[in-house]
Design a protein around this ligand. Structure first.
Ligand code: SAM
Length: 188
């Protein structure tokens, strides 16, 4: 199923994370065992499948994934259903910068992958609901660093944040990075 969605993305130029970064993303989910994970930028569900598969295996946790393009979100929902993961995924349609503000529960895992200038607004819109120790992963930090300067400056100056590089095998790039940030809330 994941391989099939991988192929569709490549064939139809739907930008997605690709297997090397997705494996690391899945590992971070496996370690964190989040109660609530949020993804900004569903596309057709490739990275969401990797996240949801870990939640299902852990037997706990839910993924809220947000996509602005209704047709893509519909395709993603169908992919989650076919993978038997729809019970752990809540796929929402709309502008992630706005919809994250409507999530009131504590969030312990956030994945941001929805056009570089949107990264900072997506984080800012949910930052006060991130739990102490929450994991925040941002994609395309290699290819898109210039477009998300505000985001990178923010997480690197406030939190424990690390840039992880990957050799990737995608039609649109062969090397890229993800920023992995651990949120540490200051005590009173
Ligand atoms: C790189 S793709 C996401 C890939 C996906 N995370 C994966 O790896 O399978 C970026 C997606 O973000 C969506 N997007 C762009 N701006 C958005 C916004 N403001 N809110 C929600 N989604 C947005 C685009 O329509 C596109 O489908």
């Amino acid at each position: 199923m994941i391989d099939e969605v991988d192929k569709t993305c490549r064939d139809t130029t739907v930008y997605m994370i690709g297997a090397p970064k997705a494996k690391r993303l899945a590992e971070l989910v496996r370690q964190k065992k989040p109660q609530l994970a949020v993804e900004c930028g569903t596309a057709i569900g490739y990275s969401g499948l990797w996240i949801a598969r870990e939640l299902k295996a852990a037997g706990r946790g839910k993924l809220i994934t947000i996509e602005i393009d209704a047709a893509r979100s519909k395709q993603a929902r169908e992919n989650f259903r076919r993978a038997g993961l729809d019970d752990v995924v809540d796929a929402r349609v709309g502008d992630a910068r706005k919809l994250v503000r409507e999530i009131n529960e504590p969030v312990d895992f956030l994945f941001i992958d929805c056009d570089y200038p949107n990264y900072y607004p997506c984080l800012a819109g949910i930052e006060d609901r991130l739990t102490d120790g929450a994991v925040v992963v941002a994609d395309n930090v290699g290819l898109g660093a210039a477009g998300m300067r505000d985001y990178l400056d923010h997480v690197r100056s406030r939190y424990r944040s690390k840039t992880e590089w990957f050799e990737i095998d995608l039609p649109w790039g062969n090397r890229d990075a993800m920023e992995v940030t651990i949120i540490e809330k200051k005590g009173p």
